[in-house]
Design a protein around this ligand. Structure first.
Ligand SMILES: Nc1nc2c(ncn2[C@@H]2O[C@H](COP(=O)(O)OP(=O)(O)OP(=O)(O)O)[C@@H](O)[C@H]2O)c(=O)[nH]1
Ligand SMILES: [Mg+2]
Ligand SMILES: [Zn+2]
Length: 316
């Protein structure tokens, strides 16, 4: 019988995964049996997985994915409702946006933060390119997300401004950098660990957007500070997977103090009369962008499985 070893997945491609064993990286192929009974999950292996590998053959085979400590799924695509597992077994996620070129999308940020809250993955916000902040947008982002209880790292990766604080946050942890294309994820990793030389690219002049330079997720060792970081491709859309309408309101931390203060005890904060969250938005206590994100996500989610909300009798 061939030797079985335990390794960690650094990168996944269609049929091959790069797996790190003590000091050695090998290309390994997931066995066909891993693709059976996947249910509503699209792919069996994710970056960050611990896997058991039989080493005998020329191409070692991944026999088993060990149970995950945590994982982050999203809906695979608009044509495919299954879960795409973005990564597994991480200590934290840093959502990355930039002050400009491209300007941080509150909606995308809020989606990622809500998904992390649901999956109990600690999440922080890095706002890059503060050197381009000509309109004071950064101060507004900071206020919005401080209100939501999120720790914020305003930085300039190219000017090396604020980098040490991020490096400290990464120390000895497994972290993920996630966000829009062109936000500067790969630039930041290169700044913290210069030898990596990850490819980066200029923003499209025409679209003011990134060019999807990073095309696969990959875990890198951070020798400079200790720990690992997963660089990810820029995302366009993030649809929450496996969360229902009733669960969403608790994933916006600044809404939670108003639970039970609305006219209806089970208020979904979606245009019901006498809604304390809506009032708080009008009074400027909750950011309008956060409320808009909430309503947009709510609209996409399925109702809870046993929706026993009393239905009003018909008018007759
Ligand atoms: N002005 C300015 N430009 C920056 C900063 N950080 C990164 N950039 C530039 O932004 C562009 C995109 O950076 P990347 O690191 O490739 O962005 P990314 O988030 O990895 O993008 P994808 O791989 O496409 O997801 C590059 O031209 C960087 O030089 C910054 O702090 N200030
Ligand atoms: Mg990149
Ligand atoms: Zn309400």
């Amino acid at each position: 019988m061939s030797e079985t070893r335990v390794g960690r997945v650094l990168r996944t491609d269609a049929k091959v995964c790069q797996v790190a064993f003590d000091g050695e990286v090998r290309a390994c192929a997931p066995r066909g049996k891993l693709f059976e009974d996947l249910g509503d999950i699209k792919t069996p292996v994710a970056v960050g997985d611990w896997v058991e590998v039989s080493m005998g053959d020329e191409m070692p085979g991944i026999e088993l994915v060990r149970p995950r400590e945590n994982w982050l799924p999203r809906v695979a695509s608009s044509h495919d409702p299954r879960a795409q597992i973005l990564f597994a077994n991480v200590d934290q996620l840093l959502v990355m946006g930039s002050a400009a070129k491209p300007r941080l999308s509150p909606n995308r940020t809020d989606r990622i933060l809500a998904a992390c809250a649901y999956h109990e993955i600690p999440a922080h916000l890095v706002i890059n390119k503060i050197d381009l902040d000509k309109h004071g947008d950064v101060a507004e982002f900071i206020e919005t997300y401080q209100n939501a209880g999120i720790e914020i790292f305003p930085i300039s990766a190219t000017e090396q401004d604020g980098i040490e604080r991020v490096a400290e946050q990464l120390r000895d942890k497994v972290s993920v950098l996630y966000g829009a294309s062109g936000a500067g994820k790969s630039t930041l990793i290169n700044a913290i660990q210069p030898g990596l030389d990850i490819k980066t690219a200029k923003i499209s002049k025409y679209w003011d957007a990134g060019k999807h330079t990073t095309t696969y997720s990959q875990m890198h060792a951070l020798d400079a500070v200790g720990g690992h970081i997963i660089d990810t491709p820029g995302i366009r859309v993030f649809r929450l997977f496996g969360i229902n309408k009733a669960e969403l309101r608790d994933l916006f931390p600044e809404f939670v103090p108003y639970n039970g203060k609305c006219g209806f005890s089970d208020c979904s904060h979606d245009h019901e009369p006498d809604c304390a969250v809506f009032d708080a938005v009008e009074e400027g206590k909750i950011a309008m962008t956060r409320f808009e994100s909430y309503l947009q996500i709510l609209d996409e989610l399925a109702p809870p499985p046993e929706d026993d909300t009393p239905v009003a009798p018909p008018d007759r």
